[in-house]
Write a protein that binds this ligand. Structure first.
Ligand code: KG4
Ligand code: ZN
Length: 338
């Protein structure tokens, strides 16, 4: 089973991505991004996402196979995102995966999208267990304790908006393009503190909350407009980002006091954020715990992380029956090895 070639399919949101992976070696990785088509809506438009996945998946599959220089008969398993995500979008990936697995008589692996975001750290170095995982994406903000591989305990999550969602919404208020996260990150590089915004507070010890901060940004923009003052985008981006990242770091710091771990993994689209990486490396130095980020190319949605986790699931015998369905709100702990 060592040199197993696993094909991974990701269609949970706005990327149709397929990769073929052997251990941590990526033989091919092809992504059809829909970002341009969703831009006009200021976010992902689910029906359009389903349609575009349907249109693109055949070509993406064919190209991924061609680039790997393998043939279908070389594959040992088909891994696919089963959830969480957009229901229609997930179905397209799962149906294709089922057909491939059935036709090729090879195992089907139903992968949890967030667990795969954390697993992507293995493209850099092995995960040391027990580990603490922070998933920061467009749809979720979750703090996860991982006692061993393939085992997840959700210890904190957002009570309202996800961190990436708050970036995207604030960007929209500022008249910036979608996705707003990378743009705010860029603007903040040359910003300085000017605006007073509230530090987000959540009720649960390890939980997050971003809607209050988002509303505060909205009121601030309105107030400035009424006073006929021009909002400085760099400074607003700086002050907003400073608070968002501070809450993430504060919660990590708190969790490290009660959970004695050997590594911290930060995954999901927002893990590309420069301020987060800077502050995380500071916390890593203070605590002497390695913080592992996936490589830049594997932080946003990709089929390679799905294949990587699928390969581990195959080794553990976590094979899905061909009649499984998608699970749009699948909780990470429910995906743990039984
Ligand atoms: O994980 P991902 O690709 O998709 C989901 O599963 O949601 O994450 C996308 C999110 C978007 O909200 C985007 O604005 C955010 O990641 N993002 C960033 C940065 N790059 C992407 N947010 C902050 N700073 C960045 N550099
Ligand atoms: Zn994602």
């Amino acid at each position: 089973m060592n040199a197993a070639y696993i094909l991974g399919i990701e269609t949970s949101c706005d990327e149709t991505s397929i990769a073929i992976v052997s251990q941590t070696k990526v033989l091919s990785h092809v992504t059809a991004s829909q970002i341009k088509q969703h831009e006009a809506f200021g976010g992902v438009f689910p029906e359009l996402a389903s349609r575009l996945h349907t249109e693109n998946i055949g070509y993406v599959l064919q190209t991924a196979l061609k680039e790997s220089k393998l043939s279908f008969k070389d594959l040992s398993g088909i891994a696919v995102t089963r959830g969480p995500g957009l229901i229609g979008a997930l179905h397209i990936g799962l149906q294709s995966a089922k057909m491939l697995a059935a036709r090729l008589h090879i195992p089907l692996l139903g992968v949890h999208h967030h667990a795969a975001h954390l697993e992507a750290a293995r493209f850099v170095q092995p995960i040391l267990y027990p580990a603490l995982g922070l998933i920061v994406s467009g749809g979720h903000t979750e703090l996860v304790y991982m006692p061993r591989p393939l085992s997840y305990e959700l210890i904190g999550q957002t009570q309202d908006d996800a961190v990436g969602e708050s970036y995207d919404k604030v960007a929209r208020m500022m008249g910036l393009a979608y996705p707003g996260g990378p743009i705010i990150d860029q603007l903040a590089q040359t910003g300085k503190t000017q605006y007073t915004l509230p530090l987000p507070k959540a009720i649960g010890t390890f939980d997050f909350s971003y809607s209050g901060l988002k509303t505060a940004v909205q009121s601030l923009i309105q107030k400035e407009q009424q006073a006929k003052r021009v909002v400085n985008p760099n400074n607003l981006a700086f002050d907003f980002q400073r608070l968002v990242i501070q809450t993430l770091i504060d919660k990590l710091q708190l969790a490290l006091k009660t959970h004695h771990v050997k590594s911290v993994i930060i995954g999901g689209g927002v893990s590309l954020n420069r301020e987060l990486r800077k502050q995380a490396s500071r916390l890593s130095e203070q605590t002497n715990i390695p913080f592992i980020f996936p490589p830049t190319w594997a932080c946003t949605d990709n089929g390679a992380m799905i294949a990587l986790l699928g390969a581990e699931m195959l080794k553990a015998g976590m094979i899905a029956p061909l009649d499984i369905g998608v699970d749009p709100s699948w909780e990470i702990q429910a995906s743990s090895q039984k």
